[in-house]
Each structure stands twice: as C-alpha cells, then as structure tokens.
Write a new protein. Structure first.
Length: 370
C-alpha cells in the first residue's frame, strides 16, 4: 500500500466502528435483522449490518481518494460501480428477501458489466487439462459465470460467526500478495481492516452483528474481481513461481468453491434443487459435531492455510493434474476425519483455540465492542 494512503487508515477504522455501533440500533428499526429459524445457529434477533458498516466507508473512501488523487487508485470504474450495485442488492435482500430470480439477474448483469468493461477475464488455462489460450467468447462467458458463482458461494458459507469474513480476509491477503501489491493493497488494507473490526463485533456477546447479504455478496464480488485480474494472462503475476495460476486461484478461494460444489452435488444426487436450504455445509457439520462458532472458523481457516502452504511447496515439483488429485484426496480425507473422529478433533481444537485466541477476544470486548 502506498504510504500516501496511511493517513486514511485511522479515520477508516473509526468509521467502520462508528457505523457498526450506529447501525446496531438503526438497522433494527429498518428491519435489517436476522431472525432465527430451524437452520440458524443463533437463538436471538441479530442486526445484519456488518456489510454496510464495512462497504459504505470503503466506497466513500474510494470516491474521496479518486477525487483527491486518482493516481492513488487504479481499480477500474467497473469494480467500484459493480461493488456498489452488489452492496445495494444485498441490502435490499436483507430487508425484502428478494426472489432468487431477481438476484441472479442483477448479479449476471453486474458480472457481465465488470468483465466486459474491465477487460479482466480467464483467457488461458496455462496447460491445465491440455488447454491453453481460450477463445475470447468462451473466456468471457466462463468468467461471468465464475464471478456469479463466487458471489453466491461466499454468501452460502456465511452461516457461522466469522467464517465468511475470516476466509475472505485470508483469500484477499493471499491473492494480493501474489499479485505483488500496488493498488491491490488498497483492497487488502482497507477491506481487511474492516473485516477485522467486523469480526470483533461478530464475536461480541453484547453487541453482535452479522455481515448480512450486503457483506457476504460484496465480499464475493471483491474476491471474484481479484481472481479475474489475477488470472488475466497479460498480468502474469506468478510466472516466476512455476505455478499454474488457475490452480493457485482455485486453492486460494478453495473453501467457498469446494463446499458449495460439494453441497450442490449432494442435493442433486438426492433429486432436490441445488439451491434448496439444508444443513449440509461443512460449518453445519462441524456445529452438529459440537464445535463452537469460533472453533469452526479457526479450524477451517487453518485448513485453508495448510493447503496453501503444502501446495506452495509441492506444486513446482509435481504435475498439475497430480496436484488436483492430491488436493481432492486430501479434502475427502479431512471430511471423513471430521465425520468419524469429531470428538478427538473437537477437544483438541477447543483447547488450542482457547489458549491462542481468547485473550484477544477479551481485550476487544472490553475496550471496543462493549
């Protein structure tokens, strides 16, 4: 991140904190709340305003910086306008529970506008499955579908405190680091700081808030656009690492991609709609096995980090297709272990997470959230 952006960090963090506290009460009066149902993992009404608290200051800051010095930001207008549209869509959905058809139509329109206007899309498979450069029409179509898929995948994993925020923070950090910084650190620094502030409130016992669809759909759009820019061959961010960019992107965004695909396959095999609601997501499985919300989030984030580190070491040494098989096999083994060794895993992880993270939670609740 440019040193010229550092002075904006304190006011941005303060704005996210103030917006979070303000919309806790105001959001309730507006009807922006999550009421518990049979699939919920909470038992009381919680404001769904975390996304507003993060993205309103973020979008405002982007506009201010653009007016003051446009050279500080090189994100395309398609990125900012697309993100604003998705956040508005999510806010309306939080309030009105919009029909799925309307949401998909708007998401496809925004994704199409971003891909066509920014020029960032998947144009090369880099030898994966024997494919190289893709025809422009195929690459653009594939990219639009991928953007919509990621927007919804991040939304679908937002069922446990801190999970969407934590995994998105990790993915944004990894992609931004691989892309070498520059304007991408704007997304990392400010959205990352906003997510950390949100997670503090999300875990607060007295002032809990949820991301809401404004937050989870917005995060999905941010991740999708980062992935498109990462995969566009002219950018060629990791040529020096001898890694396949498509595999790297899938691994970096692996949890929402894999968990959503796994649940879709299970539902289709049962003869029901892939979009039908149930408790088959991995976070539901872990909760049903006795994990706490905090335990679920820290466990899944640790697994993601482990996958990335192992793949970073092995990928330059092994064939890409073998890496895919190894990763799929590892995911199946982890799933089986969670299913059949949940007691031992839960006891170990609860002890570990308490010793590492509880002191941080206590400080936050004492001095900021409460």
């Amino acid at each position: 991140m440019s040193s010229a952006l550092f002075p904006y960090v304190p006011p941005f963090v303060a704005a996210v904190i103030l917006f979070s506290r303000f919309f806790m009460d105001f959001g309730v009066s507006l009807g922006l709340v999550d009421k518990p149902n049979e699939r919920s993992s909470h038992t009381s009404v919680v404001p769904r305003v975390g996304g507003i608290a993060i993205f309103v200051p973020y979008l405002a800051l982007g506009l201010i910086l653009h007016l003051i010095n446009a050279d500080l930001l090189t994100n395309s207008a398609a990125y900012w306008l697309g993100l604003a549209a998705i956040v508005v869509l999510g806010t309306l959905d939080d309030r009105l529970n919009l029909p799925s058809s309307i949401k998909f139509l708007i998401q496809f329109a925004v994704a199409s506008y971003y891909v066509l206007s920014s020029g960032n899309y998947v144009d090369n498979m880099y030898g994966l499955f024997g494919m190289g450069a893709l025809p422009e029409s195929l690459g653009i179509s594939l990219s639009i579908i991928t953007v919509v898929y990621l927007i919804n995948a991040v939304n679908l994993i937002d069922g446990v405190d801190g999970l969407s925020a934590g995994t998105s923070l990790l993915s944004i950090g990894l992609l931004t680091t691989l892309m070498g910084g520059g304007e991408h650190y704007f997304s990392l620094a400010f959205i990352g700081l906003g997510l950390l502030v949100f997670m503090g409130f999300n875990y607060s016992e007295k002032r809990k808030i949820f991301l809401g669809d404004a937050g989870s759909l917005g995060l999905g759009f941010v991740l999708a656009t980062l992935a498109m820019e990462f995969l566009f061959s002219e950018n060629n961010h990791i040529a020096h690492l001898n890694l396949n960019p498509v595999i790297v992107a899938v691994l970096t965004l692996g949890y929402p991609i894999a968990d959503t695909m796994r649940v879709f396959i299970i539902r289709l095999s049962m003869g029901v709609s892939p979009f039908s609601a149930d408790r088959r997501h991995m976070h539901h499985v872990l909760l049903d096995k006795g994990f706490t919300h905090f335990g679920v989030t820290t466990f899944i984030m640790s697994v993601i980090a482990g996958f990335v580190l192992v793949n970073k070491f092995l990928a330059p040494r092994l064939d890409s297709h073998l890496m895919i098989l190894l990763n799929v096999g590892a995911m199946i083994l982890i799933h089986l272990f969670v299913r059949h060794r949940s007691v031992q895993l839960r006891i170990f992880w609860r002890s570990f997470s308490r010793s590492v993270f509880n002191p941080v939670k206590k400080v936050w609740n004492k001095y900021v959230a409460d």
